[in-house]
Design a protein around this ligand. Structure first.
Ligand SMILES: [Fe+2]
Length: 442
């Protein structure tokens, strides 16, 4: 059983959506809950039962596990806390579907998730349905003060599910990429052959920038406290690096020239025998890549993706630039509309930059590809981990990871923010990760 008091305590300290005064909190929560939960199922529409079970590497979780784990989250942190008569139908699921919350009990090994053939896919769907019914019943019957208590954790659960929707997409891509039949997750959408204009660098004066989230709308705790950062004058590329531009780095022997690489990156390149981004393959002298729409020739206009931080950094060194800091990125994104190629479009692949537009000329800051920064994932000044199991959500990962910004073609539009801090170890490549360059302005 979770520590109920600790969960409630976390809810007090967290920052979440608050419905506007006078609005119908109940119907808003119910609608949002049903919408997010049903999108997870929509993502699975083209999958067969066999697809749901494969774990192609330790970082990847089977689709079935994502569907069950996100349900476990609502069971553990909502139903067991606020529905006194709730009883798990199968209590052992708590061990199988806890991910990393030590305060919520023991858990199954992450790297062995692909060995779990039971519960079956059908049983997993039944688990989801029963959780959905119980959560909806709880929300329908809660009085206003109980709703106010539940709301912050329920909203956190919905953002958690959206994070897992992104992982579900990137994980099934890795699973399908292992299959020589190259299964198609979704047919490609047309209109992706556009020529893109050469990038330019947008200049920013030195500023003491306010960094981090403030306000009543939802954010994770790692985006706070809002604080000041000195950001010296810099310039930022107007769009991410394309496949064609990255190809030039490959053809210039970039993967064989140690002078561009961080030491750990150089070790990794040699140990892993990297010669190109993940999912790229050279056939008869031409580069192809595996996409969620099958195996296709490289489109040189699209943003390069599935590169590690090491590759992004080496590319930047090769062209005499650098990666932006997360503070530069956040400052530059100030005032930009939250528009882009998100998972909502169901394209599941980055798109070539459209003709230049926008106030400061920056394009594709949101959506398409996560942008590696040169910032280590660290707590902001004054950050404190919240007590209880949900305090394990972000803070305990602030070691040996780099920050990424902006979201990708697998991120939900309603999930991303200008202040959102994603984080991965620098060698990871299976997320939709890309490169935007920055420069110092002396
Ligand atoms: Fe999770």
């Amino acid at each position: 059983m979770p520590n109920v008091l600790a969960v409630a305590e976390q809810a007090d300290g967290a920052r979440f959506n608050r419905a506007a005064p006078g609005s119908d909190v109940r119907s808003s929560l119910l609608g949002r809950f049903r919408e997010v939960r049903s999108f997870s199922l929509r993502l699975c529409e083209t999958l067969s039962p066999e697809d749901y079970v494969v774990q192609s590497m330790p970082d990847v979780s089977p689709t079935k596990w994502h569907l069950a784990h996100t349900s476990w989250f609502f069971e553990t942190f909502v139903l067991k806390v606020w529905m006194p008569r709730y009883r798990s139908e199968i209590p052992q699921y708590a061990y199988l579907f806890n991910s990393y919350y030590n305060a919520a009990g023991d858990m199954h090994r992450r790297d062995l998730r692909g060995l779990i053939s039971r519960p079956t896919v059908a049983e997993t769907f039944r688990f989801r349905t029963s959780i959905d019914q119980s959560v909806c019943e709880l929300l329908e019957n809660a009085d206003d003060s109980l709703l106010a208590e539940i709301e912050p954790v329920l909203v956190l659960g919905l953002h958690h599910e959206q994070q897992h929707q992104e992982l579900l997409v990137t994980d099934i891509k890795h699973v399908f990429a292992q299959n020589p039949l190259y299964p198609v997750f979704r047919e490609a959408k047309e209109g992706e052959k556009a020529e893109v204009a050469a990038p330019h660098f947008v200049e920013f004066d030195e500023v003491t920038a306010l960094i981090g989230h403030e306000g009543e709308d939802f954010s994770y705790d790692n985006e706070e406290p809002r604080h000041r950062e000195l950001v010296p004058a810099f310039s930022l590329a107007s769009r991410p690096i394309t496949n064609g531009e990255y190809l030039a780095f490959i053809e210039a022997d970039g993967y064989a020239r140690s002078e561009f690489w961080l030491s750990l990156g150089w070790t990794t390149v040699n140990e892993q025998h990297w010669q190109a981004p993940l999912y790229w393959e050279k056939r008869d002298g031409k580069w192809w890549n595996f996409t969620l729409s099958g195996f296709r020739p490289i489109n040189e206009s699209e943003p390069v993706t599935h590169v590690s931080h090491f590759e992004a950094d080496a590319y930047a060194n090769w062209v005499g630039a650098r990666l932006p800091t997360e503070f530069e990125w956040e400052h530059a994104a100030n005032g930009l509309p939250m528009e882009g190629n998100f998972v909502d479009e169901e394209r599941f692949h980055p798109r070539a930059a459209p003709p230049a537009s926008g106030a400061n000329g920056l394009q594709q800051m949101f959506g398409d590809v996560w942008e590696w920064t040169r910032s280590a994932y660290l707590p902001y000044p004054g950050y404190r981990v919240a007590p209880g199991a949900l305090g394990e959500y972000n803070g305990k990962f602030m070691s040996n990871q780099m920050v990424l910004r902006g979201g990708s073609c697998a991120t939900s539009q309603s999930h991303i923010r200008r202040t959102y801090r994603n984080f991965f170890q620098p060698e990871k490549r299976w997320q939709f990760t890309g490169i935007r360059l920055a420069r110092d302005l002396a």
